[in-house]
Design a protein around this ligand. Sequence first.
Ligand SMILES: [Zn+2]
Length: 443
Amino acid sequence: MSATSDPSSAAAADFVLRGAGELVTMSAPAAKGLGAIADGALAAKDGVIVWVGREAELPQAVDLAPDGLEVDAQGRCVLPGFVDAHTHVPFAGSRAAEYGERLGGVSYGEILARGGGINVTVKATRQASEEELARLSSLRYDSMLRHGTTTAEVKSGYGLTVVDEVKQLRAAATPHALRRELTFLGAHFLPPEYAGRAEDYVRLVCDEMIPACAPLARWCDVFCDEGAFTVDQARRVLVAGAAAGLSTRIHADELARSGGSMLAAELGCASADHLIHATGEEISAMKAAGVVAVMLPGTSYTLGIQFAPARAFLEAGVTIALASDFNPGSCNCENLQMMISLACQGMKLTPDEALYAATVGGAAALRRDDVGSLAVGKRCDFSVLAAASRTELPYHFGVNLVGDVVVGGRVVVRDGAVIHDAPALDPVSLFARDAPPEYGGQL
Ligand SMILES: [Zn+2]
């Protein structure tokens, strides 16, 4: 790879991917085929992409350092790493039994009234040490990586005291290969000790939690909905967050049409999330303000409720993101492949629209221009499917189609297993295998 006809014009690289039967760059929208390149390749230096194109052009275009890493996708499909713009990772405890009860007909109201539901998660999270929360988060980050997510937004919101919110954010920041955007969500739920005193709790959030948590996060979020916080309370929290230097996003219009997305438009939030009850008025306001609509179909699936009007957002020209809402109560799933499948069925997205929303859309919701697509200047974050085509993703559902994952030009998942403490560069073809790739669609 070092010999080129004109070395001066070749891009210097320390990482090369070749053999991508389909390299989905996301340089074009769904209607234009997502910028997929047949027989594609890319090169990176210091974790940043320096060249993307057809493999046939690689020898002339790229000068790979002698100790660089060269990997071969062996005809498989290569996708940008998923960008999951909405997760609640650092929590303790399980609510699996409660899920079974709900499926058996017990209402969430009844469960909450006896101290169950989110109260169980808050109690377990408060009792857990920072080290235990970091260990649990790290295991969940491993799973996200294995399923092809390379960047995730991660919220607090189960501590609900100054000390416990700080503890959650510190745990969420545990060292890991997954790229993260941390979000303070102290106004997630009114903790039981503040029952009937929502105003006092909002004051605690604004006056004490935000100053303590702002240095640990980039974002401030609030659950603005029926049974949660009002528009006025949510406005105060987000304004206080912004004053402390945090950018803003909001849980809006999930349980009722409660004004959250209009507030997002008013305040210029980066995203409004859930939006099941959003109508044309909310959609127009979000479009005008440039608010990204985060779609969370796994929550509708888990709760057995309607899906958000994703098509109406798309048709109005609003950028949509597709995220997991990974959390212990309403969506215990960190697999964005599953969300793509659910969005296709439940929200009537095309497979390419769903893929675009899970990558470029997620990046837009996090206001990041360095992830979500494979182009010069972007991070070298991608996954290699155990399939030749992206069309397998919504179709071969409920299984993990991601075989290998690279973050920043470093292999972090190989054959479905996370590689911890992988060297930054390893001059071995780590993707080389004895057996031919499994093409799910032919089974
Ligand atoms: Zn959420």
